[in-house]
Design a protein around this ligand. Structure first.
Ligand SMILES: C[S@@+](CC[C@H](N)C(=O)[O-])C[C@H]1O[C@@H](n2cnc3c(N)ncnc32)[C@H](O)[C@@H]1O
Length: 289
């Protein structure tokens, strides 16, 4: 879920497409945010995802391992191979899994998802979370990933959609900062509204039995863990992380930005409420691509 903050190891890879920056970046703060997000939403997003013992599962774009820890705990006997283009993220992912799921055996691989070093049909299942929204060519990504998935293998994709964010008290200033984040991500080649496109995207990639279901987060004062973990530490943190980029390209002024973020925080205070919908898709690979 932001532009800039891109280290040299990431800035030129074709993964995001030429000239595309990764809107979130790879800072410690972002690693913390990904962890908060995954831990807060684990039951909501991982519910229904468990892989049989002995099956080979490929997690693409594992980042700092925030989802990997939940994959290994739900599927302890599965053989998980986790891939990311960022060596630094993979090192953090390895440390996270070692700390949170000692004894779990995960194979780590630095690679570009558009050029995976695995034989055809070498995985039973594919898991992709919060990655397609950052790619300039998500259709090419999914179509290409079918190559390493066996016929009959499953695909699980999870994406957010910032158009689903609404909150009380409403505020045009708060809506404006979310809109700036969406436009910055689009300018970098990504799509912060990816969730609503999953069904047509996976179908166009040639997958069968495509099923997409919304997974909704709702936070109010009766759910303080969700207010902290999602409204503050995931969503507002994600939007606020693009502040410098939004100012640098003249989208907003410091006053407008601070007011928008302050108004978003009202949704995390007593009397405030926040709603957001993720989209989880499952599908079957009918054949090797
Ligand atoms: C928003 S993070 C999500 C990480 C993790 N899936 C999660 O949900 O916490 C997106 C990740 O995708 C990775 N990524 C993006 N494009 C990639 C590519 N072409 N090949 C491999 N990894 C890629 C990035 O390095 C980043 O770690």
């Amino acid at each position: 879920m932001h532009t800039a903050h891109v280290g040299p190891e990431h800035s030129t890879s074709p993964g995001y497409g030429p000239g595309t920056d990764y809107v979130h970046g790879y800072s410690d703060r972002e690693a913390q945010r990904l962890g908060d997000q995954a831990d807060t939403l684990a039951a909501l997003l991982h519910g229904g995802t468990a892989y049989p013992a002995g099956s080979r599962v490929l997690e693409v774009g594992c980042g700092v391992g925030a989802q990997t820890v939940h994959l290994v705990s739900a599927s302890p006997g599965a053989h998980i191979v986790a891939v990311d283009r960022s060596a630094a993220s993979l090192a953090q992912a390895r440390a996270r899994v070692t700390a949170q799921a000692p004894g779990a055996e995960v194979e780590w691989q630095q690679a570009d998802l558009f050029d995976l070093p695995f034989p055809d049909a070498s995985f039973d299942h594919l898991f992709v979370c919060f990655v397609l929204e950052h790619l300039r060519e998500p259709l090419r990504a999914i179509t290409g990933l079918r190559r390493v998935l066996r016929p009959g293998g499953s695909v699980t994709v999870i994406e957010g959609d910032h158009g689903s964010a609404f909150f009380h008290p409403d505020s045009t200033y708060a809506q404006a900062v979310i809109g700036h984040q969406v436009r910055l991500q689009a300018a970098g080649g990504g799509n912060a509204l990816m969730g609503r496109e999953l069904q047509p995207l996976l179908s166009a990639a040639g997958l069968a039995n495509v099923v997409v279901r919304p997974r909704t987060v709702y936070a109010d004062a009766t759910r303080p863990g969700m207010v902290d973990g999602f409204t503050r530490n995931t969503f507002i943190a994600m939007v606020d992380s693009v502040r410098e980029d939004a100012l640098a390209c003249g989208m907003t002024t410091p006053d407008e930005w601070e007011r928008g973020i302050a108004h978003l925080h009202r949704a995390a205070q007593d009397g405030g409420t926040f709603h957001y919908t993720f989209f989880k898709a499952t599908a079957i690979n009918p054949s090797s691509a």
